[in-house]
Design a protein around this ligand. Structure first.
Ligand SMILES: C[S@@+](CC[C@H](N)C(=O)[O-])C[C@H]1O[C@@H](n2cnc3c(N)ncnc32)[C@H](O)[C@@H]1O
Length: 208
């Protein structure tokens, strides 16, 4: 985890529980079709809002976040509705791992990998180590949906974090079928005030 401490993420994630599913995640869920028991990974799952959406769409979800309290927070989100409890926990479709993404050695084979607003918190070396694990986890035909922060973001240059120029983002998805690469480069709301956002919203699909 970076300079933002456990309290910061606890406060952030507690404030997220009631929001709508992020558009990028909704889009990839629609593109990928019903999960039908396929495995999705939610990297930096936070409060679990997207984890819950994936479960609703029929995916088996492996949710990972380094923040202490993540299991309790995600379970509170996904069991918000009584029927979810039986469908997800009873069906064994949800696993939650408290781990620093920088320390992972592998990810399970997946039909969908989603990561929203989390990968920038890895130091460049750690990001460079994780990305091949993400690529290796993609089964043939698997979907990848990630937000990556760009080099014009107001936070660019924060030590220990990763901000990318567009050619680097394109390089990361080389060999995948690119379905969406949109760039947000504007002021907008953030947790704690307005800031300049430079964000790449990426959806790509493994061939096969
Ligand atoms: C901005 S939040 C995004 C959470 C969620 N995906 C969302 O869209 O609301 C960033 C999340 O990344 C997690 N995080 C930050 N650094 C991490 C790391 N090195 N390993 C795992 N999770 C990390 C934080 O705990 C936090 O939940």
């Amino acid at each position: 985890m970076t300079g933002r401490d456990a309290r910061h993420w606890a406060d952030y994630n507690d404030a997220q529980a009631g929001r709508a599913v992020r558009e990028l995640c909704g889009e990839v869920i629609a593109l990928a079709g019903p999960g039908e028991g396929r495995t999705a990974i939610d990297l930096g799952c936070g409060a679990g809002v997207e984890t819950r959406a994936l479960l609703h769409a029929g995916w088996r979800v492996h949710a990972i976040d380094s923040a202490p309290g993540t299991p309790e927070r995600v379970l509170a989100t996904v069991t918000d509705h009584a029927e979810d409890l039986a469908a997800t926990l009873g069906g064994g479709r949800l696993t939650i791992e408290v781990a620093d993404l920088a320390t992972l050695d592998r990810l399970p084979p997946a039909g969908l990998v989603y990561s929203g607003y989390s990968l920038q918190y890895l130091a460049p070396d750690d990001f460079a180590r994780l990305w091949p694990l993400i690529r290796e986890s993609l089964r043939p035909g698997a979907w990848l949906a990630v937000t990556l922060l760009g080099d014009r973001d107001e936070w660019a240059g924060t030590p220990g974090e990763t901000f990318l120029a567009e050619p680097a983002v394109r390089g990361l998805v080389d060999g995948l079928d690119l379905h969406r690469l949109t760039e947000e480069d504007a002021d907008g709301p953030a947790f704690g005030g307005t800031k300049h956002w430079h964000v790449f919203h990426v959806i790509a699909r493994a061939p096969g």
